[in-house]
Design a protein around this ligand. Structure first.
Ligand SMILES: *Cc1c(COP(=O)(O)O)cnc(C)c1O
Length: 339
């Protein structure tokens, strides 16, 4: 086993040159008001006892699709002009982003197509259909599905809603940061699950412009932490995809990343990487001590505290980003399985 060292993060003083601004996040907050849930921020007694300071959990598990991604998708769709909206939306995600686009589109009466490969399990296909989207099965890989997205954009004028590397999507996720500051103004540390960086980047824009002294820590899994590898390399790089309990944190950041790489590189104070058994412990703690059913990606903030991989010098907020875990896998983890 090698010890994984997280990247050294640089700090930028001039936030003006960043691709997303506080004004973008504030606009997003007005736009999506009443269309997404203003999620509760709840005190965790057990984690506060452990850290010696108040720890609060931001429960994005309470969004109607069980994850925060509704914020970004809703904002991106509402930002489109009427003509583009009528032609419809397309994406290739079968996970929380796909659910978010399907749900937001159906709420707004906009047609949405979700492209997926023939290898996607039936329950995921059914879940997306149940949210009102058209499912298009093409090819045998995620790359094939993505090619179909590009074809539909080209040939039918559909609008692709990217999962993270998009100003409106990032601004939508950033609304979580505004909500936390409104209710918990003495927050000193924020723990944020990190994959493509839409969530962390958006929250960072809101927090660092309003309360620059708050420490922002991104949490990924050791297995395939693409943003961490990219920041270490100084440019977006591909990493080998591996199976992980934090499946919503898998995948790359895109070699042509424009938005989230500069945000995360300049605004995050640190990145922490977790093992699979640490993530499993986070899922178990969420269930037994907080009464929450949480997916691996949603549990990494809790897991980082339990594993003592983060210093918590003051009041702390933890983003519990999603709930969507296969019930059988959840049960196995509760029974003690590690992966
Ligand atoms: C997408 C997702 C993340 C990571 O968000 P990024 O914007 O890709 O960094 C974290 N948790 C859950 C539950 C997700 O669905």
């Amino acid at each position: 086993m090698t010890i994984m060292k997280s990247a050294n993060l640089s700090r930028l003083t001039d936030t003006d040159i960043l691709p997303v601004t506080l004004a973008d996040v504030r606009r997003a907050s007005q736009r999506i008001k009443g269309r997404v849930v203003r999620t509760p921020l709840v005190h965790s007694r057990s984690l506060s006892d452990l850290s010696g300071h108040p720890v609060h959990l931001k429960l994005e598990t309470r969004q109607p699709i069980g994850a925060f991604k509704l914020r970004g998708a809703m904002n991106a769709i509402l930002a489109l002009d009427e003509k583009s909206r009528r032609r419809g939306l397309v994406t290739a995600s079968t996970g929380n982003h796909g659910r978010a686009v399907a749900y937001a589109a159906s709420e707004l009466g906009v047609p949405a197509t979700i492209c997926m490969s023939s290898l996607v399990p039936a329950n995921k296909v059914d879940a997306i259909r149940a949210l009102g989207a058209e499912v298009r099965i093409v090819g045998v890989s995620q790359d094939d599905a993505q090619e179909e997205v590009e074809r539909l954009v080209e040939e039918r004028g559909l609008t692709a809603i990217p999962p993270f590397d998009d100003v409106d999507v990032v601004a939508g996720q950033g609304t979580i940061g505004l909500e936390i500051l409104e209710e918990f103004s003495d927050v000193g540390v924020l723990l944020v699950p990190l994959s493509g960086g839409g969530l962390a980047g958006g929250i960072a824009v809101a927090i660092k412009e309003l309360h620059p002294q708050v420490r922002l820590i991104g949490i990924s899994m050791e297995r395939g932490a693409a943003m961490n590898a990219s920041i270490a390399a100084g440019r977006p790089v591909a990493v080998r995809e591996e199976e992980t309990l934090a499946d919503s944190l898998g995948g790359g950041i895109g070699l042509k990343n424009k938005v989230t790489f500069p945000l995360c590189r300049n605004l995050l104070d640190d990145i922490v990487l977790l093992t699979e058994s640490e993530i499993a412990a986070g899922i178990r703690h969420a269930w037994h001590d907080e009464g929450l059913s949480v997916e691996g990606a949603g549990a990494v903030g809790i897991a980082a505290i339990l594993a003592k991989k983060v210093k918590l010098p003051g009041p702390t907020a933890v983003i519990v980003s999603g709930a969507n875990i296969d019930p059988k896998l959840h049960q196995r983890i509760l029974e003690g399985a590690e992966a």
